[in-house]
Design a protein. Structure first.
Length: 171
């Protein structure tokens, strides 16, 4: 009997240690705010209609109503505007390089001399937007929007020197 007990103790100790390691290693799920809409709401807290010349790099404007806002001359590199309304917004001379603006409304917005290089603009709408001198180099647009923009593209960007028609890949 003493021999059986002697062999059983290491097994019990091993099982207890394994249970202890598993119990200590398990952690409850994190409770951090990760929903894009919630992060976007936090980033909008200090948003005002006059955002002229501000540094807004990598800001998130998700489903935001920004119609008529003045972002002229602002640094918006890497910003996210998914599902936002920028109708009539002033984006003249703004740096929108690497922006992600999925399903965003840019109707009647002023994009004169704006930089939109490498921008992801799928399902975004630009009806009546002014794009004179804008640089769309390597931007991703829906084909119908690209063709509509080509029909009214004129000028060259004052900083990059890129012709607007060429940056859109117009034929």
């Amino acid at each position: 009997m003493a021999g059986s007990l002697h062999r059983l103790i290491p097994r019990v100790v091993s099982a207890v240690l394994l249970a202890l390691v598993v119990a200590l290693a398990w952690q409850p799920p994190a409770l951090a705010i990760t929903a894009p809409e919630l992060r976007g709401q936090r980033s909008l807290q200090d948003l005002q209609p006059d955002m002229h010349g501000r540094n807004l790099q990598q800001a998130e404007f998700l489903k935001a109503s920004l119609a008529g806002y003045d972002f002229s001359g602002s640094d918006l590199r890497g910003a996210v505007f998914n599902g936002s309304d920028l109708e009539g917004a002033n984006l003249q001379g703004a740096n929108l390089d690497d922006v992600v603006a999925y399903a965003t409304r840019f109707q009647a917005s002023d994009l004169r001399n704006a930089q939109l290089r490498n921008a992801m603009l799928m399902q975004s709408r630009f009806r009546d937007a002014v794009i004179d001198g804008a640089d769309f180099t390597d931007a991703v647009l829906d084909l119908p929007e690209q063709k509509a923009l080509c029909a009214r593209a004129v000028g060259s960007h004052p900083i990059t020197g890129v012709n607007t028609r060429e940056s859109l890949g117009c034929r």
